[in-house]
Design a binder for this molecule. Sequence first.
Ligand code: HEC
Ligand code: HEC
Ligand code: HEC
Length: 307
Amino acid sequence: MRSWTTFVGAGVLGVAIAVGCGTGGGVDTSGVGASSSSGGEAGVAPTGATLAGDIPCDVAEIMSRSCTSCHTDPPNGGAKVPLTKRAHFLAPAVTDASKNVGVLSVERMKDTRKPMPPDGVLPASDVAIVEKWVAAGMPDGQCASPPGLGKSPYDTPRDICTSDTFWTRGEAESADMLPGEVCNDCHVKRRHPNISSIGGTVYPTAHEKDKCNGGPSVAGAEVVFTDVDGKELRRTKVRSPSGNFYEKPSVFTLPAAGAKVYVEQAGKKRHMSAVVKDGDCNKCHTMDGSGADASDPNKAPGRIMLP
Ligand code: HEC
Ligand code: HEC
Ligand code: HEC
């Protein structure tokens, strides 16, 4: 498992290669699934990169459309495994080495509790195409013109403020204070442990600055918590235009087993795949994304984004 730091590093290296002055260390130079980035932001495949021809065209088309925005090589934002060539599907799964990634992919595509893609199960016809290939033992697909890799949702400009408006009143008490900063941790340090059990900020793009307001586009968004089986526990309103959301500990705290969470707006959803156990969301969802601590292999990809 590569850490997010390693991943960003690989992206920067990819750029160096693209301009012809880099060394090849650690980068897949086969031209398939090699990682790059448009300026050291979230990692994405270079424009024009495609899936490998050894995945059948119909399976590759589904991967391109629904999977490889996250499952690039190396994977984006905690997606664990790349899905850009046949060998990736034949490899043992990370979370269950008793099956290969192909078998687990079909299982996850059918799993309504933790679907892949995370935003919901695809049409049965798509699942059937992947399932048929996997059941046949994943033979070489000999696809003559494989499709391109999708754009990563986290490939947005870094160090920006889309709303172009900032919080300027320091620690003046307000539910709209210090968007993007780490809420609960500061409240505890300032000896106000009863202000927030959940706290965070929603942004329109993935790498926005601290103190930047989410802006008017966050209006109507909600952060929805469910238990690990999908039963809804709580809907928390996102405040417009700061983008902040919070809950008082007396009203809602995360269950001990953690919760699943997604952001919803106008019927569209964006899910966090992993179980969340810490309600201080901006701890991980910083501008560049960081784990709960430096050793966390599963660093967040950046801000919590609107769907
Ligand atoms: C928005 C990003 C995203 C998209 C799109 C996506 N995934 Fe994932 N996937 C993840 C994340 C994050 C994880 C790790 C957390 C988890 O297992 O839920 C993951 C985990 C997996 C795993 C488990 C890997 C292992 O070895 O344990 C498989 C298999 C998988 N995804 C298959 C797919 C397939 C197939 C598609 C398309 C039909 C897909 N994913 C689309 C983000 C994504
Ligand atoms: C650097 C420290 C710090 C950070 C970061 C911070 N706060 Fe605060 N917050 C405070 C302090 C100090 C108070 C005031 C406590 C008092 O004087 O009663 C406060 C008060 C509040 C209150 C109570 C306001 C009221 O009307 O009663 C809310 C709600 C709140 N913060 C939400 C948030 C949210 C949401 C975030 C994260 C996006 C956040 N805060 C980030 C320090 C912080
Ligand atoms: C310990 C670190 C950590 C904490 C705390 C955390 N997240 Fe995440 N979050 C991640 C990681 C890693 C991903 C990408 C992999 C995944 O989806 O599981 C992610 C992805 C997401 C996504 C999907 C992608 C995006 O950026 O929009 C949403 C939505 C999200 N988180 C919401 C939340 C909310 C709401 C909270 C607070 C209740 C929270 N997260 C707390 C690590 C964290």
